[in-house]
Design a protein around this ligand. Structure first.
Ligand code: NAD
Length: 294
């Protein structure tokens, strides 16, 4: 897979100025990672508070680097200037690549992507960080679908090395090349995958969550399962990982997978994960999931 990504990289146009739409968990993380590795990024949201929070998170992460002696305070200040928070599309005419990371709602994404396409230059690459919406589907309303592909980061962005670069039916090589190059410039490992429900990682991860859910439904102690998987060598077990992902996100992603692969992913009755979700045990985002958080 690495070889394939390398092949695309040779044809990449320069990615010197980027933008991220949405300053939430993912958008904020993407802005930090880009600035941290030296690529300037505009961080746009529709809410002032979101932009402020995104910037605050970046400050916190940079400050940790300073504490660890990995950055000087001058370097931190310099890197922070690479993130330009904004509520308007003012400077989007000079952007080489845009990462859309707004809420996971196809209508909102359609509106945002068509809006931004009308403002950037003809060869600007547009990407989406969607976890569950088809890239081919999101390209439908675009005038230049060849310039569009998926750029799927994982949470937390600064810690997760993998980025899925997703080719929609009409995605051109130049879009893939630039996105692969940008992912590498951010210090990430890109893999180029085709567009399908769950892309690659979630196609592996969700059957695993499904297996875990069945065990719990049959009476297994989730903490023991987590300990077993840790002994097996994984950094964390499935219950803890589900708490990190969020039960709402997991239920929604599973529905998408079940629709795409009903024979393998659809289940009769409620899963343990659905029951958790219905009982508002969402995970770390509301401090209670399989585990309790302070
Ligand atoms: P979030 O709710 O934390 O942030 C979304 C942000 O988008 C909010 O700040 C909101 O104000 C902003 N927004 C809404 N409409 C906008 C618009 N028109 N223009 C600009 N900003 C707008 O959500 P998130 O968890 O960061 O998820 C963002 C995307 O990343 C989703 O597509 C999600 O599926 C994907 N994703 C999330 C995760 C995760 O674990 N959270 C992992 C991978 C991918």
């Amino acid at each position: 897979v690495k070889k394939k990504a390398g092949k695309f990289e040779k044809q990449a146009k320069a990615v010197n100025q980027t933008a991220v739409l949405g300053a939430g968990i993912m958008g904020g993380g993407i802005a930090y990672q880009s600035a941290s590795k030296g690529t300037p990024i505009l961080m746009k949201d529709i809410k002032e508070e979101a932009v402020e929070l995104g910037l605050k998170e970046s400050r916190k992460l940079f400050a940790k680097q300073v504490e660890r002696g990995k950055l000087t305070t001058e370097q931190m200040a310099e890197k922070l200037t690479l993130i330009r928070p904004t509520l308007s599309y003012g400077d989007f005419g000079h952007v080489d690549l845009v990462v859309e990371a707004v809420v996971e709602n196809p209508k909102v994404k359609d509106a945002v992507l068509t809006e931004v396409e009308g403002l950037v230059s003809e060869d600007t690459i547009l990407t989406s960080n969607t976890s569950t919406i088809s890239i081919t589907r999101l390209a439908q309303n675009l005038k230049r679908p060849e310039n569009f592909c998926g750029m799927h980061f994982f949470n937390p962005v600064h810690r997760m090395p993998l980025v899925e670069v997703i080719r929609g039916e009409k995605t051109g090589d130049a879009a893939v090349a630039a996105t692969v190059a940008y992912a590498r410039a951010m210090g990430k490992t890109p893999i180029v995958v085709n567009d399908c429900p769950g892309f690659l990682v979630n196609r592996v991860l969700f059957p695993y969550f499904g297996g875990f859910s069945l065990l719990v439904e049959q009476g297994a102690d989730f903490q023991r399962v987590d300990k077993v998987m840790e002994k097996f060598g994984w950094p964390m077990g499935p219950a803890y990982l589900l708490d990190v992902v969020g039960m709402d996100t997991a239920v929604h992603a599973n529905e998408v997978m079940a629709e795409g692969f009903p024979e393998r992913m659809a289940r009769d009755g409620k899963t343990a994960i659905q029951v958790m979700y219905e009982n508002e045990r969402l995970g770390q985002k509301n401090d209670k999931g399989f585990y309790a958080y302070e």
